[in-house]
Write a new protein. Structure first.
Length: 427
């Protein structure tokens, strides 16, 4: 089979994968966001997951699915992916305001594939879902729209994404990939496609449900472990013990897991556990540990704000109308990704105390921050002084800041990440 690949969704997951596949195969990257596609055609990725040099080396000017040449062509025109025989769906799977799984992007992407899929084609899902979602929720949509029969006319695969936004060391080809197919033969084909470009290797799971479950527990496990150290931080703060010193000491044992306290945001760790919990509850089981971890981690924004207020009160700083500088708004360091960032919880809680918050983040897209959260953010360091400074994200730029010039007399510094040498408080 001469694989002609269409990637549906050119975000943090889809673009790096499309670029990688384009080193071996003809690839069309499809996205409904015309502005995003036009930007990529010019050779720039504003998520910074793919460097301009790498992207430009992969791009070609004509649709490679027509002539079989390797390379990447980006498009928002459905006609351009009709010649593909492998469709890879890499759209986000968020939760709604009540933390219930929202499969809308996935269903719409399945409808898109249903319009162009042909007999003998394969659709592969990379989006994180609960076990069973691919075959129970997505494939019926493809069947309905296409009029084709699953596992007879077309087939499916699943290979959960393992992208780590902002990580330039563990790039997509360097992370072992789990694969699966809708039958053993298709599993081997799906595995071979990924194996041809993933230098770290692949693991062929026996079924799609196993692969789905493996993905969703990866981040659930991390979420629970971070919740544990967040609870430890709360306890040790009450005992006036430095949490990071405790973790450093405990970490001298070979099998101690090196997790740190913090705000758990982003598109994966703070979201995926809800997918597993939803499926468990549908089957009549209420997951105790998973949801307890989520509750604790979701409470950390307000906890941080309360700790900041305590530090201010100890220094006799008036809380109402206090001017606070929030350093960072992205969900992690050295990355422009603001999806599900928990910094906004800290900002909201501080604002409830009547404080005036200035958000400075040299990495964040200010328009995106305003669109997603209704918050103003600046990429330029403010030329004024503040009653309090909260380091929320460990961007490399913040490590070199002279905080003294940003502080009013008696101002406090609170370090969420535990990386500054001198602070009034930290997690």
């Amino acid at each position: 089979m001469n694989h002609k690949i269409a990637i549906i969704g050119l975000g943090y997951v889809g673009l790096p994968l499309a670029r990688l596949f384009a080193t071996k195969y003809p690839v069309v990257g499809f996205d409904i966001n015309r502005k995003r596609v036009d930007e990529l055609k010019k050779g720039h990725d504003d998520t910074l997951e793919v460097s301009d040099e790498l992207l430009q080396s992969a791009l070609i000017s004509n649709n490679p699915l027509e002539n079989g040449d390797k390379g990447l062509y980006c498009s928002y025109d459905l006609e351009d992916i009709k010649s593909a025989n492998v469709f890879v769906i890499t759209v986000p799977t968020p939760v709604d305001k009540n933390n219930r799984p929202d499969l809308t992007p996935l269903i719409k992407a399945s409808e898109t594939v249903g319009k162009v899929i042909k007999r003998g084609d394969i659709v592969i899902y990379e989006s994180t879902v609960y076990p069973g979602a691919t075959e129970e929720d997505c494939i019926p949509v493809v069947e309905r729209v296409s009029g084709l029969e699953f596992n007879k006319d077309f087939f499916a695969g699943y290979s959960p994404e393992r992208i780590n936004p902002g990580d330039k060391e563990h790039t997509v080809e360097k992370i072992l990939k789990v694969t699966a197919g809708s039958n053993p033969e298709i599993g081997e084909i799906v595995n071979s496609i990924y194996k041809s470009v993933i230098t770290a290797g692949t693991h062929l799971a026996p079924t799609i449900k196993v692969a789905e479950a493996a993905k969703v527990i990866e981040n659930s496990q991390r979420d629970i472990n971070i919740a544990f150290v967040n609870e430890l931080a709360k306890i040790f703060n009450l005992l006036d013990i430095d949490t990071h010193s405790v973790l450093e000491a405990a970490g001298t044992k070979w099998n101690f897991l090196p997790f740190k306290p913090g705000l758990v945001g982003g598109h994966c760790i703070g979201v995926d556990p809800y997918y597993l919990a939803q499926k468990a509850q549908e089957k009549g089981y209420h997951p105790e540990i998973i949801l307890a971890g989520r509750r604790l981690n979701d409470s950390m924004g307000e906890y941080v704000a309360n700790q900041v207020v305590k530090c201010m009160i100890k220094k006799n700083i008036a809380v109402n109308n206090a001017e606070i500088l929030m350093l960072g708004v992205t969900f992690k360091e050295n990355c422009p990704d603001v999806r599900n960032t928990k910094i906004v919880d800290v900002v909201a809680a501080l604002a409830d105390y009547g404080m005036k918050i200035t958000i400075y983040d040299p990495w964040a897209n200010t328009k995106e921050v305003h669109h997603e959260y209704g918050l103003d953010c600046t990429n330029e360091l403010p030329q004024t002084q503040f009653d309090g400074i909260v380091l929320g994200v460990a961007h490399k730029e913040f490590l070199q800041l002279n905080l003294e010039i940003l502080k009013k007399d008696n101002a406090i510094v609170y370090d969420v990440k535990g990386i500054l040498n001198v602070t009034d408080g930290k997690l």
